[in-house]
Write a protein that binds this ligand. Structure first.
Ligand code: IVH
Length: 707
């Protein structure tokens, strides 16, 4: 630390301060860039804090030397302005993953089943490399590039228009294009350009990028487009968002059209007549992988017929008409130096392997997950042996495995190299953070801390989750700031975030005096918090951090219940395992018993419930947007019964839901419409009794706007 401390501030003259400031600011900015842009911190948090404290102290002593753009005026190292946000006109989806040949046959089967196609009838797919970069959506209106946005959370991305304009593979204007067209694809960096960039960085004394994807992401997300322009980025187009007219009738022709428009498309894109050809092309691409000159992490298959793609539609975050066939994971051997226990927001004790750093598929890995105590002991959840029953011990040589973006895992250990004194690992029976007992409930693979909200680890993790991107996403309040505020006793639970400003009355003053916060950043933080007092229902449900409730199930719950009042009342009334509210919860496609039990339990736990009530008292919760639809079936509860002849049940249900209808399995007073095919029995009868409108399949197709 001594090399960072410099002359005592009290003794510092104004001239000395003036001379010192530029160097000090440059060091802080370099540390910020390393941390935020490259995700690769170069100095310890303590050293970083010391630098910022010194800067703040010098500025306090000589206010005239402080500039508006000083790092003390920025939050968490990020420029307060950052990138603007762009709401995607059509959501940017991700892809479901497949890992084996069987998964591909199952994919083909599921597509056929959904569409009601025969197992041996014709059905073609495209197959193309999955580029390991970052996705970008570029909007053109009347042939002119209007804006470009990163994927973000799929709904809202970052406005990187000026940076995208510097990429030579991206045309500034299009000839003979639809009036409105959003082109989507992957920004990536070639191996050669990556090596050259790293060589330049090394020469300049800067840090190397870990891999081409990080280099591409760091380059596209530069606040200064001149920096982006100096970094050689490339772009492959493979998809589209909003479009005022169709590009073609098939995927393969649409790709050809993208080329005509001036985009680069991947030369290894092929048409395949089924799983056999798809897998053969996958093997071919895999064999060429090392010589392509850019990173790919699998092969993407897409149903070729765009009319069928439309019929297949989407699950909550992925299309039914495409799948990513990932390449097998990469492996390396290294030594296990220790096992740390992390405590998550639901109290789960997760063992993490601390490893002697090793490169796995181009990325340096020093931590890997060990899943749970059974995994360490060499058992699966049913008590059966895994790894031939070998346990994992500190000191072992461990095989580390990494597939794409997922957290590396320890797959195996080498008994021949096990140190003689290595002892079986004893999994803690108490929480390492709060000392509460950690218990394992029957049927649960995980041991959990019973400390609940008194456990600081759980509380902090809950808060971090609460402010995360898909939840409240409060600008200037990230994981780091939450930890700081929690440690200072300023925020203990989510509700506290919304009283921060008033509790500190002169809080601005207090916050301002803290290292790292200036008047402007404190003001910005309070404004950002105030802005989130109005929040979308699905974000609130996700933010509560209820076990098993991820982003997509929060979305399902929000769409189903519509308003917070409805949701809260239903969860309060619901009884686990019985009654109409429980049945209703389970009727939601995608909600199973585990999730339902977890949600209902949370709403019936006194402390949890009180914490939720304290929070919602500060909020205005926006009702969930029903899927945008002016369809006459929007908002209706529909029951299908009997045989459908023109589409499968699955397709009829998905289509009805996409149009904003609710599909139910049984006829009741709440039913608005019954679609009855041949063979309809008791349900049609009951509908007649209840005076509910009954229509046949053709009428349904008319109502739903054609097949
Ligand atoms: S199609 C609606 N094709 O992979 C589906 N995606 O894991 C649109 N990706 O978010 C995506 N290469 O960023 C598609 N040839 C390819 C791709 C590709 C890379 C990325 C894309 C997507 C992610 C999903």
């Amino acid at each position: 630390m001594s090399e960072l401390s410099g002359t005592d501030i009290d003794a510092l003259s104004e001239a000395e301060a003036r001379a010192e400031l530029p160097g000090l600011i440059a060091r802080i900015e370099a540390a910020n860039t390393a941390y935020h842009t490259h995700d690769a911190p170069e100095i310890s948090d303590a050293d970083y804090d010391a630098l910022k404290q010194r800067l703040a102290a010098i500025e306090a002593k000589f206010p005239s030397l402080k500039s508006e753009s000083s790092p003390t005026e920025q939050i968490g190292g990020q420029l307060a302005e950052g990138f603007g946000k762009i709401t995607h006109a059509v959501r940017m989806m991700s892809l479901a993953n497949a890992f084996s040949d069987e998964d591909i046959s199952e994919f083909d089967e599921s597509v056929r089943n959904f569409l009601g196609l025969k197992a041996d009838g014709p059905l073609t797919y495209t197959a193309e490399p999955k580029i390991d970069g970052l996705s970008l959506s570029i909007r053109y209106e009347n042939g002119r590039l209007i804006h470009a946005a990163t994927r973000g959370d799929g709904e809202v991305g970052e406005n990187v228009t000026e940076n995208a304009r510097t990429i030579s593979d991206i045309p500034q204007t299009l000839d003979n294009a639809p009036e409105i067209i959003e082109i989507r694809g992957e920004v990536y960096m070639s191996h050669a350009d990556f090596e050259a960039l790293n060589a330049r960085a090394e020469k300049a004394g800067d840090k190397r990028f870990a891999n081409p994807r990080n280099a591409a992401a760091g380059s596209l997300r530069q606040l200064d487009p001149k920096v982006t322009a100096a970094r050689p980025l490339k772009f492959f187009a493979y998809a589209w968002g909003e479009h005022s007219e169709p590009l073609a009738d098939t995927q393969i022709d649409a790709i050809a059209r993208l080329e005509t428009l001036g985009f680069k498309t991947n030369p290894l894109t092929r048409l395949c007549d089924g799983p056999g050809e798809m897998i053969a092309h996958y093997r071919d691409i895999e064999a060429r992988r090392a010589t392509l000159g850019y990173d790919i992490d699998g092969v993407v298959y897409k149903v070729n017929d765009l009319a069928l793609q439309r019929r297949l539609g989407y699950r909550s975050t992925t299309p039914r008409w495409a799948i990513a066939h990932k390449f097998p994971a990469e492996l390396a051997w290294t030594q296990l130096e220790g096992i740390d226990i992390q405590v998550g927001r639901t109290g789960a004790l997760s063992p993490v392997a601390r490893l002697t750093p090793v490169t796995v598929g181009g990325v340096v890995v020093s931590n890997a997950t060990l899943h749970n105590e059974d995994y360490i002991a060499g058992r699966d959840s049913r008590g059966e042996a895994i790894r031939g029953g070998k346990d994992i011990r500190v000191g072992d040589w461990a095989q580390v495995y990494r597939a794409g973006d997922v957290i590396p895992k320890v797959a195996d250990v080498d008994l021949a190299r096990r140190p003689a004194d290595a002892k079986p690992y004893e999994f803690p029976t108490h929480c390492p953070r709060c000392g509460s007992e950690a218990i394992r409930e029957e049927g649960d693979a995980v041991r959990r801390c019973t400390g609940g909200l008194i456990c600081p680890a759980q509380a902090v993790e809950k808060l971090k989750h609460f402010v995360s991107r898909a939840a409240f996403d409060i600008e200037g309040l990230g994981a780091k700031q939450v930890e700081q505020f929690y440690a200072d006793g300023w925020i203990q639970e989510p509700a506290d975030i919304f009283t921060l400003e008033e509790r500190f009355g002169q809080g601005l003053q207090q916050l301002k005096n803290r290292e790292g916060w200036g008047e402007k950043s404190a003001r910005n933080l309070f404004d950002a918090i105030a802005e989130r007092r109005t929040i979308a229902l699905h974000r609130l449900i996700f933010a509560l951090g209820i076990r098993h409730v991820g982003e997509s199930s929060a979305g399902l719950l929000a769409t189903h219940y519509g308003t917070w009042e409805n949701f809260e009342a239903a969860m309060t009334r619901a009884e686990i395992g019985q009654g109409p509210d429980w049945e209703e919860l389970l009727s939601i496609d995608g909600v199973g018993e585990t999730l339902a039990t977890s949600v209902v339990t949370t709403f019936h736990q006194e402390a949890e419930r009180a914490s939720i009530d304290r929070l919602t008292a500060y909020l205005t919760v926006e009702a969930a947007e029903k899927p945008k639809s002016d369809s006459p079936v929007s908002g209706l509860t529909v029951v299908f019964t009997g045989t459908l002849e023109k589409m499968t049940r699955a397709e009829a249900k998905a289509r009805a839901e996409a149009l904003g209808a609710k599909v139910s399995g049984s006829v009741s007073a709440k039913t608005d419409l019954v679609v009855a095919g041949p063979g309809a029995g008791s349900k049609a009868k009951k509908a007649a009794e209840l005076n509910i409108r009954v229509i046949d399949e053709d009428e349904w197709i008319d109502l739903a706007g054609g097949a």
